[in-house]
Design a protein around this ligand. Sequence first.
Ligand code: AHG
Ligand code: MN
Ligand code: MN
Length: 337
Amino acid sequence: MARRTTLTQYLIEQQRQHDNIPGDLRLLIEVVARACKAIAHHVSKGALGDVLGVAGSENVQGEVQKKLDILSNEILLEANEWGGNLAAMASEELEKIHPIPNRYPKGEYLLLFDPLDGSSNIDVNVSIGTIFSVLRCPDNIESPSEQSFLQEGSRQVAAGYAVYGPQTVLVLTTGNGVQSFTLDRELGSWVLTTRDMKIPEDTHEYSINASNARHWYPPVTRYIDELEAGKDGPRGEDFNMRWIASMVADVNRILTRGGIFMYPADKRDPSRPGKLRLMYEANPMAFLVEQAGGAATNGTSRILDLKPQHLHERVAVFLGSKNEVERVTQYHAEGGH
Ligand code: AHG
Ligand code: MN
Ligand code: MN
């Protein structure tokens, strides 16, 4: 049997070849991956575990929390607290940052996560996941603040996600391409199964929640109208549509076979540009997508260049196959919004 490369081996080999994954960053990634394994275990219990349904609380963004949102958040916090590699964490489910308690040693990294992405899919047994992002702590690691986290996405040192689906996969970048690992449940290890994921520049598949169509701004309406018109429209070819409502699953499909994913800003609430969160969703996914040869913008700017104003900031997202992202970004430049 051909030798299988585990996550640990991959990270050590990267460090030897490229000197880009110091030991503390490797350990941090491995702890996150281990937490994802624990979350996968709970997810797979479904109705046999006490993991389905709502928790009876709301998060800082006013969203109803599911039991699994809270459980996943706790698993990630607990797993990462004591290892000595972090100064603080931030989570979609926590209003404030979570500094490492004084009883543990501190490290030079910051970890951000969306503990459970695709909450609306938990109870219906559709793929869900975890998204994470790693930054370096710019200030004194003994007293990190929210400000320490407000860095452009281009400064991420690692990002990735896990998908809890028919297979459990972990997709990771440390700035040197994108690798996908599949969980071997018998051995309990992440096995490298796709090296250097690449997003084709062209695609015939798009992803958007079309129930919001009446709220869209003109550039998005124009772009989607053209895709829907297919062979009979200005594009002269047919396009297929997929919307899973778990960003992890939609992005995983795009990293696997191409496509464009959109969650635009719309006219409903100008103070809320889009639904997705810059720090926990857009930045890590944009880093992965660019590392795989794709593009990611908010309609006007590269997502990784945006300077965050606050932790729970929302942002419009257009990401995936380069030529389509450039086209819809161009439509924004030509006006209408
Ligand atoms: P979360 O479950 O972390 O709140 O994220 C859900 C996000 C994202 O995963 C998905 O693409 C989108 O919300 C789905 O939005 P709709 O409900 O509008 O389909
Ligand atoms: Mn999410
Ligand atoms: Mn979430």
